[in-house]
Design a protein around this ligand. Structure first.
Ligand SMILES: Cc1cc2nc3c(=O)[nH]c(=O)nc-3n(C[C@H](O)[C@H](O)[C@H](O)COP(=O)(O)OP(=O)(O)OC[C@H]3O[C@@H](n4cnc5c(N)ncnc54)[C@H](O)[C@@H]3O)c2cc1C
Length: 427
């Protein structure tokens, strides 16, 4: 048996993994590249128990496992230091229990968000998560990444919607935390720990959520303001009028044009989405027109695909490997000035006001520009995270509390079985 930390790629070591898994499906490894690397083994177990057995066998073989669902966010975090086993979670595709009257649902981790929303919509309900860039994402991936978008700060985040989860630990056991009911005060909130851990502490095999009624009415508006100062004032007025806001974003001219709102610099667009009962949404539209008039902004209704297009700017297709995407976290009061500091030109920049989140995207983002943006974010009391970049730029960015991360990794995955290095743990 190789020593701990040894790179294991010899198939003979991994044959034990396969032999231990009679019911796991063996897949073509060529379908599971990550940043130019391929695993030695790819498996698609079809039950939580099967996932646990993959992990137990991998630990015995000292093999590194990368769990993966729809594979849309495998470059988040640091590059993995070892990659021996691809653990495809899409075989876990069952909706385990759905109680519309209780507004709770339990699903396996490989269920796609799209499939779950379609089932919930049959009962007039939905999982009120900030819509991700694509519908194909899996519930496990959604929880493991716990990324927020335009809804953050206006609605609860995904972490707050989880009632409980079951996780396969790196030792190969199944552990549950929380429950299926909305009132649950027993046990540790381990589900909060695994939410956002990028699959570095355990593999989520199922999760229970509270769900919400689908809104009766929606309205989406674009206010094209003459400059960023007026756009900031418009956004804060809309926020402070206590309207039923779901999203409030600022777009520079090039981002606005990309998502279909024709405009020119220095104009800045405020995108606002409202949801609720029809009378309240109608009032929100009236008040938005009033705000637009006072800020000398043109106002128009925009179709839902404008928002989908904006979300897709926060995700990258395979052909865009050289494109860099960073996320700056700043106080909401500093969002507009941060956006202005990015400047226009060859970059795209947009921001979600309530979340204090500014995205910058472009092929021309260099290490020097990233460091300058990071310094500005720090001066505002915030941070910069690299969401997507070629490997050589991914060491830039704030990794959070590395000491805490490493302690958690050493506690929950001392052998470094899962996603070694992804969480900045240097396993
Ligand atoms: C640039 C960018 C912007 C984004 N913006 C938003 C946004 O605005 N709103 C939003 O909701 N989401 C956002 N996301 C997150 C997006 O929703 C993710 O792409 C998606 O949720 C990941 O699902 P997936 O099935 O593709 O996971 P994968 O890409 O397959 O995996 C992603 C990570 O999760 C781990 N993982 C996958 N499944 C499991 C599991 N069952 N247990 C434990 N770990 C697991 C993987 O090891 C990997 O580290 C963004 C992502 C990116 C990259």
């Amino acid at each position: 048996m190789p020593a701990r930390g040894t790179l294991v790629t010899a198939t003979s070591d991994l044959e034990g993994v396969l032999a231990a898994l009679p019911r796991a499906r063996h897949r073509e490894t060529s379908a599971y590249p990550i940043e130019g690397r391929f695993p030695s083994v790819a498996l698609r177990p079809e039950s939580p128990d099967g996932v646990a057995r993959v992990l137990a066998a991998a630990r015995d073989a000292r093999a590194a496992v990368v769990p993966q669902g729809a594979r849309t966010a495998l470059t988040l975090g640091r590059p993995v230091s070892r990659y021996d086993v691809a653990l495809d979670t899409t075989g876990l595709h069952r909706i385990v229990e759905y109680e519309p009257a209780d507004m709770t649902v339990t699903v396996e981790a490989g269920v796609t968000l799209h499939a779950l929303q379609a089932r919930l919509a049959e009962e007039g309900q939905y999982l009120s998560v900030d819509p991700p860039p694509g519908d194909e994402v899996t519930i496990g991936g959604l929880l493991a990444t716990a990324r927020a978008g335009a809804w953050r700060g206006l609605l609860p985040g995904v972490r707050d919607l989880v009632l409980g989860i079951t996780v396969a630990t790196p030792e190969g056991t199944l552990v549950s935390s929380g429950g299926r009911v909305v009132k649950n005060v027993t046990g540790y909130d381990l589900h909060r720990l695994h939410t956002g851990a990028l699959g570095s502490l355990g593999v989520i095999v199922s999760a229970s959520f509270k769900v919400a009624p689908l809104p009766e009415a929606t309205a989406m508006l674009a206010l094209r303001c003459p400059d960023i100062q007026l756009a900031e004032r418009a956004a804060f007025e809309l926020r402070d009028r206590r309207l039923p806001l779901r999203a409030l974003s600022l777009l520079d001219a090039s981002t606005a044009t990309t998502v279909g709102v024709e405009t020119r610099a220095p104009a800045t667009t405020v995108l606002a989405a409202f949801e609720g009962v029809p009378a309240v949404v109608a009032r929100a539209e009236r008040e938005s027109r009033d705000v637009a008039r006072r800020m000398r902004a043109a106002i128009e209704a925009v179709p839902p695909f404008t928002w989908s297009a904006l979300r897709r700017r926060a995700a990258l297709a395979g052909s865009e490997e050289q494109t860099v995407l960073v996320r700056l976290g700043v106080p909401p009061s500093r969002v507009a000035s941060t956006l202005a500091a990015v400047g226009s030109g060859r970059l795209e920049a947009w921001a979600h006001v309530a979340a204090g989140c500014v995205y910058v995207r472009g092929a021309s983002l260099t290490a020097a520009t990233l460091l300058a943006l990071q310094a500005d974010a720090h001066a505002a009391g915030g941070f910069l995270q690299v969401e997507h970049a070629p490997a050589e730029l991914r060491d830039i960015g704030d990794a959070g509390d590395l000491e805490l991360t490493r302690t958690l990794k050493a506690t929950f995955d001392p052998e470094g079985v899962l996603n070694p290095g992804r969480w900045g743990d240097d396993a």
